[in-house]
Design a protein around this ligand. Structure first.
Ligand SMILES: [Zn+2]
Length: 337
């Protein structure tokens, strides 16, 4: 679930905690989550933290870079303490929210690990520093750390193929990307990291709601004006998530110690099926598009039926028949999505 805003949040949160500090030890509990040799990392100092799409890049002073992919359930948690001395990080139950907040930074997939003692059985890799440690936890083990030569990072397949981020991209570039994948539903195109970098399921839904575009609209049928709205929506929704702190300890654990969901801070449609559209009050439904659970307002996001009438000019015409279909698919999608 971590998407671009969450990875950006991880980067911003970890930077002041580990920049210019030496990684004294790397503990690998799950070999498939650490690609490379620990000797390439141990003893090296962190000289930079960057992000490319959903990848976090930790640059070291020895010409290496640790690329971190959180994938579905990855999280990075910094805890203060001396792990080499065997000091175990405290659990929230024992120390209280305020102490733990002062001693840690936690972000990525929100889970009980944000407040649990670490390392635990979901800890795959631990980067030990002199005054604390970064725990890479991943329930499902799809995430990984990979050691690369810093100068080769841009040639890494995943990064070399990345499209531009919404903030770097022009409407014309996104429009061209939509035309190249003309028959695909716009939601699938937005999820394609080669077309536009950083949007996952959450922000694709939020973006299309913002732009009032139905996710099944064929990308090639979109007008430039609609593409412009989609780009504006991608920027606005992801910026709002970054500003709200993404999925961090601060948004996961409420001041009273109970746990919440950071989505409630900015999500307009995502996981809000059955609730009222914040714009028009219509009930939000869940459908399945591009194989993913998809949330829409059927009144705000009307589906375009088939090809647009070229004679009517690109820009004006749009069908109004999508509403019933959307509701039908919503019932179907609600079973399992
Ligand atoms: Zn609506």
């Amino acid at each position: 679930m971590p998407e671009l805003p969450e990875v950006e949040t991880v980067k911003r949160g970890l930077k002041p905690l580990i920049l210019n500090k030496k990684i004294v030890q790397v503990r690998v509990a799950e070999p498939k989550c650490f690609l490379g040799e620990v000797t390439e990392v141990e003893g090296a100092k962190v000289v930079g933290l960057r992000r490319r799409g959903k990848a976090l890049l930790i640059d070291l002073d020895n010409g290496r870079t640790v690329m971190v992919h959180l994938r579905m359930t990855g999280q990075l948690i910094w805890r203060k303490g001396d792990l080499l001395d065997g000091r175990v990080s405290p659990e929230i139950d024992r120390v209280g929210t305020e102490v733990l907040r002062a001693e840690q930074f936690a972000a990525g997939h929100p889970s009980k690990n944000f407040t649990a003692a670490l390392p635990n059985k979901q800890t795959r890799v631990t980067l030990v520093f002199g005054d604390g440690a970064v725990f890479f936890n991943d329930q499902r083990k799809f995430g990984f750390m990979k050691v690369l030569s810093t100068e080769a990072v841009e040639r890494e397949k995943f990064i070399a193929e990345l499209g531009k981020e919404p903030w770097e991209m022009t409407t014309e570039e996104l429009y061209a990307g939509c035309q190249r994948h003309g028959r695909a539903p716009i939601k699938a195109v937005l999820l394609d990291q080669k077309v536009i970098a950083g949007l996952g399921n959450i922000y694709a839904d939020e973006t299309l709601f913002y732009a009032k575009v139905h996710p099944e609209t064929r990308a090639g049928d979109l007008t430039r004006a609609e593409v412009e709205q989609i780009l504006a929506g991608a920027r606005a929704t992801m910026q709002a998530a970054i500003d709200s702190g993404g999925s961090t300890m601060a948004t996961y654990v409420r001041p009273d110690g109970t746990t919440g969901d950071y989505l409630e801070k900015f999500a307009q449609v995502f996981r809000r099926e059955g609730k009222a559209c914040p714009r028009c009050g219509t009930e939000i439904v869940k459908l399945r598009v591009a194989g993913r659970g998809t949330h829409i307002c059927t009144k705000c996001q009307v589906r375009v039926e088939g090809e647009r009438d070229l004679a009517a000019g690109r820009g004006g015409w749009r069908g109004v028949k999508g509403v019933e279909g959307g509701e039908k698919m919503g019932a179907e999608g609600a079973e399992r999505a």
